[in-house]
Design a protein around this ligand. Sequence first.
Ligand SMILES: Cc1cc2nc3c(=O)[nH]c(=O)nc-3n(C[C@H](O)[C@H](O)[C@H](O)COP(=O)(O)O)c2cc1C
Length: 392
Amino acid sequence: MHYCSDATFDEDLTAISAEFKYYYECLMAPNARSVMSALKRMGELETVGMVATGHGPLLSHNVDELIGRYRNWSKNKAKAEKIVGIFYVSKYGDSDKLVQAVASGVSKTEVAVEMVDLSEDVDLQELREQASRFTGIVVGMPPASDQKIQTALSTILGSVHDKQAVGLFETGGGDDEPIDPILTKFRELGLKPAFGAIKIKDTPTESTYKQCEEAGTDLGQLLTREQSIKHMKSLDADLDKALGRLSGGLYIITAQQGDVKSAMLASWVNQASFKPLGLSIAVAKDRAIESLMQVGDKFVLNILEEGNYQGLMKHFLKRFLPGADRFEGVKTQPAENGAPILSDALAYVECEVGSRMDAGDHWIVYSTVYAGKVSKPEALTAVHHRKVGNHY
Ligand SMILES: Cc1cc2nc3c(=O)[nH]c(=O)nc-3n(C[C@H](O)[C@H](O)[C@H](O)COP(=O)(O)O)c2cc1C
């Protein structure tokens, strides 16, 4: 994990748990099947006394517990019915980090990921099997001049079918296979593009990686859409209506980290503690802003005004393309923590994420609040009444 303290070992499990999970989510979840096979090999050892990680504390006090967590998380991921295959060439251009970003975006949904590195000696028969088995196909553009890799690309094109979704991204290697003609070929074969071709003009920045992550999430959501609708419809009608009587306010959460910013409309927000002052927000695991709400991250909760929230609500509920600027045309000013405050909101509070609880398809994000202001003292908070519990 990316965690640094004076402790050499993992004696304080509570202190490291969030970082341990975050590292898993970003880097290991997309490789859950490989984690399972590594764990199987580790099972051949009689006892594991210590896991000497490359960074973060050495694991010696909670070895069984932490290995157990990896096993449980990976088991859940590996049994996902739908799998996105990402074909790429490692150590070419900026492919490795871009691939990780797409993979972690897909992993935010209930879809598993398998990475296929075309620079290794690929067995064309196996490649054919993979390209036809995956539910979604992602290709990081390989070098146009490498004959072996070109054969692999043709094999993929010859094995895919029209029940699959597809997404392509450039890898910034300078000699990338042109992306548009390849996307056209996939289209002609009947595959449904899940996101527009991602073109890499300059050295990727954090916002390029965020764009790739959001594109990956869009693909995962496309592949699970029918399943989610079916689940919503399967709820008992009376229970659904009764649950719908729970109501909340209307809020816009905003966050900014470097050149990456995001926002979302939320109503599952509640004050959760007096000492310290804190609140909870239920954030769907596949939300774009979820990546900016990790333990220690800061954001702003903008509170909308009764009778004057429609404009902001409509704006932030638009379907934004991966990496789009969600604040275009919206009046903002920066908060102390750098996140945008919406000038038309009734009030705002600045928050810092303290912990996150896993709640099925949402994270319950608990945050402490340390600053805030009301801009319209006479106005009331917008309230959101619902009819059913299977929608917000
Ligand atoms: C009235 C209303 C309330 C919502 N409240 C929440 C919420 O509390 N948590 C959440 O994760 N999404 C909530 N949503 C959904 C998101 O606002 C919205 O669909 C989301 O920003 C789009 O996903 P994306 O930001 O990942 O692109 C709500 C939507 C509506 C219409």
